[in-house]
Design a protein around this ligand. Structure first.
Ligand SMILES: C[S@@+](CC[C@H](N)C(=O)[O-])C[C@H]1O[C@@H](n2cnc3c(N)ncnc32)[C@H](O)[C@@H]1O
Length: 303
């Protein structure tokens, strides 16, 4: 019986069908409109996308904080907040990882050889998820553990204040991945002068002037980017909204104009706004109707 079924399956997948597979994939790809923001469970939505669909994926899933996140009231005259999404996991870390695992497997399938995945987490689950990602992507494809350091209020008295998120970065195939080194900030070196004509920084050495890159030093894996304050103009009311500056850097480093950038936990759409502003195409989704409404509004406002 099992043999007959196998034969039938082989017959169904005839040589001509197999030969046309790339064509069918391309057709499926073109059937998805560029710049989509979908509402629903991301696993279902990801499963509808063809292999290699996304050049860059950034995800900022619930952090295993065991809290319920609330959004700002839509009507600013009322102080009431609404539940935005829950980050509660009955069963603990096992339940959380069981939720994330199939979604990370989908991310791997959706990247082409040149693609990269960024996963943002914090001290609560980053170490577990890194092990999971090593299994799915292979530890040879691990690129970075980025520390996003911020200065928010609140001082801890019983331990050091926790003021960073961890962003795990994996290539689909290390060496083939897109990467543009980024520069910024100031050189930490004594005796820096500036060229009278060009303004380029230099140091005088025994051999003459040693010039430095005018765009600043290469950026390392520790990023000092301000957290969005409660009154920041960028704020749109989503509780865990990330700053555009963070996504700007990720997109500039790991994608090219015209690439497709995806965020499957898009919340208020920060990644999609960054993609739009940097002439990338985007695909975003979120399970919350309110998040999708905010993301669509931000994209409309971005013009
Ligand atoms: C940390 S927030 C993302 C915030 C976003 N980066 C921003 O800048 O606004 C996590 C998001 O994941 C969404 N989410 C949780 N489970 C989901 C699921 N199964 N499918 C799609 N979205 C989900 C939540 O609704 C929430 O908006």
């Amino acid at each position: 019986m099992a043999v007959t079924k196998k034969k039938q399956a082989l017959q169904k997948s005839s040589p001509s069908k197999r030969k046309n597979a790339p064509e069918r994939k391309a057709r499926a790809k073109s059937a998805i409109a560029d710049n989509t923001i979908a509402c629903g469970d991301n696993l279902d939505l990801m499963q509808q996308l063809p292999d290699g669909y996304c050049d860059l994926i950034y995800i900022d899933p619930p952090f295993f904080s065991n809290t319920t996140r609330t959004a700002a009231a839509r009507d600013k005259t009322k102080k009431k907040t609404a539940n935005a999404y829950t980050d509660n996991w009955t069963g603990g870390i096992k339940t959380y990882l069981a939720f994330l695992q199939p979604r990370l497997v989908e991310c791997h399938r959706l990247l082409p050889g040149s693609g990269t995945l960024y996963v943002q987490l914090d001290y609560r689950a980053a170490h577990y998820v890194r092990v999971l990602l090593d299994t799915i992507f292979g530890d040879r494809n691990f690129l970075n553990e980025i520390i996003w350091h911020y200065r928010t209020g609140g001082a801890a008295k019983r331990w050091f204040a926790r003021k960073h998120d961890t962003i795990l970065v994996y290539a689909k195939s290390s060496g083939k991945h897109t990467f543009h080194p980024q520069r910024g900030g100031t050189f930490r070196t004594d005796g820096l002068n500036y060229d009278e004509e060009t303004g380029r920084p230099y140091k005088t050495t025994k051999k003459g002037r040693l010039y430095f890159d005018p765009d600043g030093p290469l950026i390392s894996d520790v990023w000092d980017i301000p957290f969005l304050s409660t009154v920041a103009r960028e704020r749109c009311g989503w509780p865990t909204q990330k700053p555009l500056a963070l996504l700007d850097r990720i997109l500039a480093a790991s994608s090219n104009p015209g690439d497709l950038v995806a965020d499957f936990f898009c919340g208020s759409g920060t990644t999609l706004v960054a993609a739009h502003q940097q002439q990338r195409r985007y695909y975003g989704c979120d399970a919350s109707k309110e998040a999708v409404r905010l993301a669509r509004k931000r994209l409309r406002d971005a013009g």
